[in-house]
Design a binder for this molecule. Structure first.
Ligand SMILES: Cc1ncc(C[n+]2csc(CCOP(=O)(O)OP(=O)(O)O)c2C)c(N)n1
Ligand SMILES: [Mg+2]
Length: 514
């Protein structure tokens, strides 16, 4: 067995059986080895941002890593933005980057670069595999590192000769450590604040935004009167009818400040104390109000859900959670606004859907319009690096073939990693993409005034405008093998979405907003 074969067998033995790839010459032995390990599914992405974003979507839904296969420093560099988002999401991800043969590196061939410095930025663990004998245990270490807890990007750099040399044996999987129990005194300190009678909020993030954490947190809130808040961009929020609803902090600092106004205690549950997304002249960066004490109930690899359940006991929560009633908006009619698109989605969303939300400004209504829809998962842009949504949807669909995936995608963000559609077509993935086509980098128009920039001239505004020519997303989709339609009224959109959701496989509906 050569190094590449033993590496792939080690991954499969550790339950890593999907690899999103965009290979090159230095990865050819890994590619060849794929046929010797039938348990490993290999999925081709036509740009590294698709590969890394898909691995993120897969990891968020499967709760175990996918592997990537990237080509040296430049391939890794192309994938960095979505690895950055995965890092922020604490997604378990085994990031394999091929490299030149060890003895070739000193010659400084054209593709030679400092891979480790690129990888270090987005990885919690980086290792350069130096020998064929070591590569299987390196791979097992990488899987363990990726699993955490919390999950992280583990990058394994794989020189070509380490791959092709014979004489390797697969390594056994390593035990996955459990999350750490939060100490009693930490739970008691949070409980003391919550029962103090002063205004309190619980801020949920990370591992606390799934149903068990939400239920325990809602019971605590009901027993103590605390406000229940969620982080602005959760990695995976379980929501919908029959689940506790959580109010997410706003993207704009003023909104977050209003949500936290008057609080005397903020209890963080696998979430960070809120800060402004960007700095703005004369506005604060740190958004916790003066006089508000911050208590960390759980962070990092802590068992946040266990801590919340313990907290519910300590505050004497005898009542249940408050559950979101089932409601759906009416089918919309008339002009195709962002709100109409959202209402159509709310009216039609299938049960157990997975929503990848990169709908940005025009998608503002999507979350409220689906609050009472059947139970579903909501995946967001954790790291703010756009071009994530379509790859994320792709990976989620690979992880959960029995569930419908809704990819809510702003037009500008769609153009970063549109190639994800081709992978969806090739793999027959059940993804319906909705393009929120506002022909603009709309958020940046808003930010332009918020940062206090000079009165913008035509050149500045042209940098935020997506016309001349208009993008025709239905044609772009068809060009990649995905059925695409275009809607200009609320009725057209609702009908097209209904048809797309009714038939399996990938579809795209271009919502041309009025
Ligand atoms: C990787 C990356 N590049 C650039 C940006 C800066 N940026 C933030 S929002 C945005 C445009 C968003 O436009 P669109 O996706 O159409 O959303 P809209 O605001 O129109 O709803 C850009 C370019 C970013 N956040 N991430
Ligand atoms: Mg836009």
């Amino acid at each position: 067995m050569n190094g590449a074969q033993a590496l792939i067998r080690t991954l499969v033995a550790a339950d890593v059986d999907v690899c999103f790839t965009n290979p090159g010459t230095s990865e050819m032995h890994f590619v060849a080895a794929l046929d010797t390990v039938p348990e490993m599914r290999a999925v081709l992405g036509l740009f590294e941002g698709v590969v890394t974003g898909a691995a993120d979507g897969y990891g968020r839904m499967a709760e175990r890593p996918a592997a990537t296969l990237l080509h040296l420093g430049p391939g890794l560099g192309n994938g960095v933005a979505n690895l950055h988002n995965a890092r922020r999401a604490h997604t378990p991800l085994v990031n394999i980057v091929g490299d030149h043969a060890t003895y070739h590196k000193e010659h400084d061939a054209p593709l030679e670069s400092d891979i480790e410095s690129i990888a270090g930025n987005v990885s919690g663990w980086v290792r350069f595999s130096t020998s064929t004998a070591a590569v299987p245990s390196d791979a097992a270490d990488a899987v363990a590192a990726a699993m955490g807890p919390p999950g992280q990007v583990a990058t394994l750099i794989l020189p070509a000769d380490v791959s092709w040399t014979e004489g390797a044996e697969p390594a056994p999987p390593e035990p996955a450590p459990a999350r750490g129990t939060v100490a009693d005194d930490v739970v008691e300190a949070a409980a003391k604040a919550l029962v103090s009678g002063e205004p309190c909020a619980l801020l949920l993030g990370g591992s606390a935004t799934r149903e068990p954490g939400l239920v325990a947190a809602s019971r605590v809130a009901n027993a103590t009167g605390a406000k229940l808040l969620g982080e602005t961009f959760p990695a995976r929020l379980e929501r919908g009818a029959g689940r506790p609803a959580v109010e997410r902090l706003g993207y704009l600092a003023e909104f977050t400040m209003a949500q936290l106004d008057g609080m005397r205690h903020l209890v963080l549950v696998d979430a960070k104390a809120p800060v402004s997304f960007f700095a703005y002249p004369d506005k604060p960066s740190y958004l916790v109000p003066d006089g508000c004490e911050v208590h960390v109930l759980a962070s990092g690899g802590d068992d946040a859900v266990g801590a919340l359940a313990h907290l519910a006991d300590v505050v004497g929560a005898t009542n249940g959670a408050t559950l979101q009633p089932a409601t759906r908006p009416e089918r919309p009619t008339g002009a195709l606004t962002g709100e109409a698109v959202a209402n159509a989605i709310g009216a039609l969303m299938p049960e157990h859907a997975i929503v990848a939300d990169e709908a940005n400004t025009s998608g503002l209504w999507a979350s409220p319009a689906t609050a009472g829809a059947p139970p579903h998962d909501w995946l967001t842009l954790t790291g703010g690096a756009i071009g994530q949504g379509m790859p994320l949807a792709t990976g989620a669909a690979v992880a959960c073939p029995d569930r419908k995936v809704l990819s809510l995608e702003a037009d500008g963000s769609a153009m970063y990693t549109l190639q994800a559609l081709w992978t969806q077509a090739r793999e027959g993935l059940d993804v319906t993409t909705v393009i929120f086509n506002n022909r603009s980098y709309a958020i940046l128009n808003l930010e332009l005034s918020r940062v206090g920039a000079e009165q913008p001239g035509p050149k500045a505004l042209d940098m935020l405008d997506l016309t001349r020519p208009d993008l025709d997303f239905a044609s772009l989709a068809r060009g990649m093998g995905v059925e695409g339609t275009r809607a200009e009224t609320a009725e057209e959109f609702t009908d097209q979405l209904e048809r797309a959701l009714a038939s399996p496989g990938p579809h795209l509906v271009d919502a041309v907003l009025s």
